[in-house]
Write a protein that binds this ligand. Structure first.
Ligand code: ZN
Length: 468
């Protein structure tokens, strides 16, 4: 299917091409399939044209022209999103940041890195590391996702418990509004209490309020010690108490508290050949705890003491400690294996929700109960960043599972509404969750969101139809 513009569009296309020059766009069959869709979306529509601006001024000129012509734009990063936000809709122009890949500056006195939107997350991590610093954002797609996408979706990942979400890791942002106005908030000031925190409007708004072109990222001192353990735990009440225990003993050294439910653990064991599970599969929960600090001997000692106290208190049944790089990697491979069971199991629906840790044990049992009423043979697994109250659920109801999407949505999000959780913890809303936005946001909150959209993008050209 070819996507086309309406009448009078030939003129706009020529204008856009002249803004970016011959290297700055792709058209027709030159547009790669990766620009059609993100990781999860079913939709796969080639954009009218793929614009690849090389700097902020070009982004501004493109948006000014599209604003004047009422032309919708789909902004694109690494296309690793999970809610079908960056996949173009019919008739949309795609704007990719793939040519804006410069690390502009690393400033070790302010511990900041200034980057363009198209830099891959992994490159940022590596550059920080070379300067003995840490950019703590980390997620599975690190090699292909870009910081612009991380920012616009407010990505989460494995180390939120210690360092926060993406929005907590930014000090300044430069963004372009729908009409081409450049908002220059690119400063390194950690304390800047001068009225509204405008950068936060662009972070997490999924490209609907403005396009982030550059950002100043907050770096942290690079930890010199890392210890990880996997614990077998009997019930969720003990998992929740183990979290409190780990927080109070390890303090700011606690850098991950990841939980794998037994159902997922068994799926990993069976379907992920490169992951070797370290403990037998008869425990109800498997908890990966990580500590990072600045004094290897003292940190390891504290970690061991924390775990042995947890054992004495009956919180954990069995512990595997990893204190070498290889052993640490093996435990993380098991945890990451939770996202890699699909090839073995077959297509699975993926959910990302947030709720109070105290409700999570009930949530897991109740999801299974409600699913099995409809599909007694359903395969499901739960796992997630429980230290942040974030759980992922993977579900396959059978060979027709793709047809059951909405029914499963109702079960999961209905339960989330009952428990006053959030229908998205870290993936965003995009198109896939927008009909459930009201399950987690009140009418007045959504009205305020719409008022902001109207003010900042009056023609509605930026990623229209996403979020609401
Ligand atoms: Zn996650």
């Amino acid at each position: 299917m070819e996507s086309t513009l309406g009448e009078g569009s030939a003129e706009l296309l020529e204008q856009l091409k002249s803004i970016v020059g011959p290297a700055g766009y792709r058209a027709g069959s030159d547009i790669e399939a990766k620009n059609y869709k993100d990781v999860m979306g079913a939709r796969s529509v080639p954009p009218v044209i793929l614009l690849r601006p090389s700097d902020t001024q070009q982004v501004s000129d493109i948006l000014r022209a599209c604003h004047a012509a009422n032309q919708p734009v789909a902004p694109q990063g690494g296309m690793t999103g999970l809610v079908a936000a960056a996949a173009p809709l019919d008739g949309e122009v795609a704007l990719s940041f793939e040519r804006m890949k410069n690390v502009v500056e690393i400033d070790r006195f302010t511990s900041t890195m200034t980057v363009e939107a198209g830099v891959e997350l992994q490159k940022i991590q590596e550059q920080a590391d070379e300067h003995d610093l840490l950019f703590p954002l980390d997620l599975g797609a690190r090699g292909s996702c870009t910081i612009g996408g991380n920012l616009s979706t407010n990505a989460g990942g494995n180390r939120v418990i210690r360092y926060g979400m993406t929005r907590d890791l930014v000090v300044g942002v430069e963004a372009v509004l729908a009409d081409g106005t450049i908002i220059d908030g690119l400063h390194k000031l950690r304390k800047n209490n001068t009225g509204y925190d405008l950068k936060q409007l662009f972070i997490g708004s999924e490209g609907t309020l403005g396009l982030i072109t550059r950002a100043v990222l907050k770096l942290s001192p690079k930890p010199s010690s890392q210890v990880v353990a996997m614990c077998g735990v009997k019930d969720f009440d003990k998992v929740a108490n183990l979290l409190v225990h780990a927080q109070s003993y390890l303090g700011s050294n606690l850098s991950a508290f990841e939980v794998i439910w037994q159902n997922t653990y068994k799926l990993i064991d069976e379907h992920v050949p490169h992951a070797t599970v370290p403990i037998a599969d008869h425990y109800s929960f498997y908890v990966l705890i990580e500590s990072m600090g600045s004094n290897a001997d003292r940190d390891t000692e504290l970690f061991i003491e924390t775990l042995s106290k947890a054992t004495d208190q009956g919180l954990v049944e069995e512990v595997i400690l990893a204190d070498s790089d290889t052993k640490i990697k093996n435990l993380w491979t098991v945890r990451d294996g939770a996202a890699e069971v699909y090839p073995g199991v077959g297509y699975m629906h993926t959910y990302d929700v947030s709720l109070n840790v105290g409700d999570m044990g009930y949530f897991g049992e109740e999801v299974e109960k409600r699913l099995r009423i409809v599909w007694p043979e359903a395969i499901l697994g739960l796992f997630g960043h429980i230290g942040d109250g974030n759980v992922h659920i993977i579900i396959r109801t059978g060979k027709d599972t793709a047809d059951h999407h909405l029914q499963i949505d109702e079960i999961i999000y209905g339960l989330i509404r009952e428990l006053q959780g959030a229908v998205s913890a870290e993936h965003g809303i995009g198109l896939m969750k927008k009909q459930f936005l009201s399950y987690s946001k009140s009418e007045s909150e959504i009205a305020l969101m719409k008022a902001l959209k109207q003010t900042m993008d009056p023609q509605g050209i930026l990623n229209p139809g996403r979020v609401f």
